[in-house]
Design a protein around this ligand. Structure first.
Ligand code: ATP
Length: 228
């Protein structure tokens, strides 16, 4: 069964239409990549799932239940964990305070998060604003995990980060996958994204134009849909 399923989603910003029919799904335990050139609608798709962008038509089901039209905080509580573009943490809380503030009863604890990201253990009492960009990204992922999401959604989690940090983040994503975590991930670095993704969806001008297993996204198709 699909954990998340979008069918022919159309969304607007005010009077301007941004999505013209996005369909995608994520099954339990899968890592699914959402791809597309700049401005093709990836972030808007995620915003539509979370009720942050106005849905005009189509359906969004999570765990078999229609969620379109519900309030963002309710949607989050159903078990969707978002790591938004631009890594949002509370700058004036420490690392451990940021994590504890996000905690909900369940499998994820401060201890488990710092096992996944040992750098955060070393910095547990530092204010989040003093962290490097990569460490803030780890903290943002840790915060989302502390809510025990059934589906983790990562929007450009490695953008602008140094290669060594990117490697740590992809390693953490691979570990989460091995542990059965369902993940929807947006990222521009195909060479890092495709090996970890089971399936992928490509958007063009607010519409799904490709769906298939990662191996099916051949270099020719990558060039057609994602080349510059
Ligand atoms: P990027 O990789 O650059 O983040 P994206 O695929 O995530 O791109 P979106 O940010 O979803 O693309 O943008 C899709 C379309 O919606 C674009 O045409 C964009 O200009 C428009 N758009 C995005 N945010 C807004 C907004 N707040 N108000 C109006 N239009 C917007």
């Amino acid at each position: 069964m699909s954990l998340l399923e979008l069918e022919k989603v159309e969304s607007f910003y005010g009077a301007s239409q941004a999505l013209f029919g996005v369909s995608l799904d994520v099954k339990e335990g899968e890592v699914v990549a959402l791809m597309g050139r700049n401005g093709m609608g990836k972030t808007t798709t995620i915003g539509s799932v979370f009720g942050l962008v106005r849905l005009h038509s189509g359906s969004i089901r999570f765990a078999g239940r229609e969620i379109a039209g519900q309030r963002p905080h309710r949607i989050a509580r159903l078990g969707l964990g978002l790591v938004p573009e631009g890594r949002r943490c509370f700058p004036n809380l420490t690392v451990s305070e940021n994590l504890v503030a996000a905690a909900r009863a369940g499998e994820w604890t401060f201890k488990k998060v710092v096992e996944l990201f040992p750098r955060l253990a070393e910095r547990r009492d530092q204010y989040a604003f003093t962290l490097s960009g990569g460490e803030q990204q780890m903290l943002a992922i840790g915060r989302a995990l502390m809510t025990n999401p059934r589906l983790l959604i990562l929007d450009e989690a490695t953008e602008g980060l140094a290669p060594v940090i990117r490697r740590d983040i992809w390693a953490a994503i691979a570990k989460l996958k091995a542990g059965g975590q369902s993940i929807l991930v947006v990222d521009k670095t195909l060479s890092e994204l495709l090996p970890v993704a089971d399936r992928c969806f490509v958007l063009e001008k607010g519409t799904t134009v490709f769906e298939g297993p990662s191996e099916a996204l051949t270099p020719e198709l990558q060039d057609r849909y994602l080349g510059v």
